[in-house]
Ligand binder design. Structure first.
Ligand code: HEC
Ligand code: HEC
Ligand code: HEC
Ligand code: HEC
Ligand code: HEC
Length: 288
């Protein structure tokens, strides 16, 4: 009897040994485990990786070490592209700011700290300038921010830094002087678009309109994070009509701008902008 028992025990040991070897064969891989906290891949979790980025200067290069330069897996054998489905993967312009589910919307709201309310300095008046501009054509990012040369990929690595964002005005905003942005008061000054303009009587084809040598705007200084439409109202950037124009300030409801032969291609009889390509385009368009 004893012999039979020993045989069974011996057989079992051999079986267990082979069994273990089989299991080990299956996990032969260089993939380390436990490198990330539990919730690193779980949206909504306090340990989710988007919080790591906010604390570590959006350092994508760190992830590339294990997940590969193209984020497709690497030694980590876990692809970022299953969730980051844009062609640029996690480098898409709407990953860190803008609408994560809409690659057409890359500017805040959703600033770098996930704020969406316009009082947040990272959000401010982006939407009304960049996507839903009622007063002129939509404005590109680099009219207010510095552009970098090189590919989108170079740009991603070059521009990422610690907020606040860099501000550098483009040629259009600077058409009549050097605009500035005050990072404390969050105001803009000397921006062409907000009424830093002078048109000279001497060079005008409509000299009879002038009551002075210049027609001028009000050089208004808007507060970036006060988005309540008061700062985009008619009369803020230039009076209606502007200084130096006959009837200066005499028509605050803009009902006469659209008279035939004056600015009828730009402003309706109700005082509304009807051609956004002609308003705030760098020229005093008249006689149309
Ligand atoms: C040292 C190598 C290494 C680095 C660096 C690294 N990862 Fe990973 N990552 C892994 C491995 C290995 C896995 C497989 C999951 C596991 O078993 O822990 C993984 C898995 C993941 C997962 C899936 C986690 C889950 O629970 O499903 C996400 C998300 C992730 N990594 C994001 C990142 C991000 C973002 C970075 C850069 C901030 C990064 N990883 C940097 C090795 C790394
Ligand atoms: C399980 C799906 C999933 C995986 C896998 C994943 N991500 Fe994400 N990632 C997300 C989601 C969802 C967000 C957050 C979007 C939001 O805040 O609305 C995000 C946010 C980010 C952000 C933005 C951080 C910020 O500022 O909010 C970066 C950068 C990023 N992921 C990089 C990576 C990288 C690199 C990998 C692979 C190493 C990876 N992700 C893998 C789903 C994933
Ligand atoms: C990995 C996260 C991340 C990705 C991806 C990303 N950005 Fe950014 N972006 C940032 C951060 C962080 C800042 C704030 C930079 C600073 O401190 O100046 C920023 C700022 C900006 C600014 C304001 C100007 C500046 O440089 O501060 C613009 C414009 C911008 N990004 C455009 C883009 C575009 C276009 C893309 C796609 C080609 C892109 N971003 C992709 C993180 C990202
Ligand atoms: C009319 C000027 C203007 C335009 C156009 C503009 N921005 Fe900005 N942007 C700003 C200002 C002002 C800030 C706030 C700076 C501060 O923090 O004081 C800012 C901040 C940012 C930030 C930083 C957000 C944060 O959390 O701190 C990002 C990212 C950004 N802009 C991206 C963009 C992108 C992308 C575009 C184009 C789609 C764009 N901006 C167009 C003026 C502009
Ligand atoms: C954000 C500043 C701003 C606001 C608000 C504004 N304008 Fe203007 N407007 C300008 C600038 C700058 C010009 C100078 C000419 C140009 O570049 O088109 C101008 C020019 C004009 C002109 C001359 C025709 C031309 O060249 O565009 C008319 C008419 C006019 N504005 C009507 C209005 C009316 C009506 C409103 C209210 C609905 C209004 N503006 C609100 C900035 C503004």
């Amino acid at each position: 009897m004893k012999k039979i028992y020993l045989f069974i025990i011996g057989f079992s040991l051999i079986f267990i040994a082979f069994g273990c070897a089989d299991v080990q064969d299956e996990i032969v891989t260089n993939k380390p485990t436990g490198v990330h906290p539990e919730g690193f891949g779980k949206p909504g979790d306090a340990e989710f990786h988007s919080n790591w980025f906010k604390e570590n200067n959006w350092n994508l290069k760190f992830c590339q070490q294990c997940h590969a330069a193209n984020y497709a897996g690497g030694t980590a054998e876990t692809s970022c592209l299953t969730c980051h489905t844009e062609s640029a993967g996690p480098e898409a312009c709407n990953t860190c700011h803008g609408d994560f589910s809409n690659p057409e919307r890359i500017s805040p709201p959703r600033d770098l700290s996930d704020n969406i309310e316009t009082t947040a300095r990272g959000v401010g008046a982006h939407i009304s300038h960049v996507y839903d501009n009622d007063l002129r054509e939509n404005i590109g990012c680099y009219e207010c921010h510095p552009s970098e040369t090189g590919s989108d990929e170079d740009y991603v690595y070059a521009h990422v830094g610690t907020p606040p964002a860099d501000i550098k005005f483009g040629d259009f905003a600077s058409s009549s002087g050097e605009p500035t942005y005050d990072f404390t008061g969050l105001t803009c000054s000397d921006v062409y678009c907000h009424g830093n303009f002078q048109f000279e009587k001497d060079s005008s084809a409509f000299q009879w309109v002038y009551t002075d040598s210049l027609i001028q705007g009000e050089n208004f200084e808007p507060v970036w994070n006060q988005v309540d439409s008061t700062q985009a109202a008619c009369g803020t950037c230039h009076q209606l009509p502007p200084r130096g124009h006959f009837n200066e300030g005499g028509d605050p409801d803009a009902l006469s701008c659209g008279l035939s032969g004056c600015h009828s291609g730009i402003v309706s009889a109700e005082g509304e902008i009807i051609d956004k390509a002609l308003h705030i385009n760098g020229k005093a368009d008249g006689g149309i």
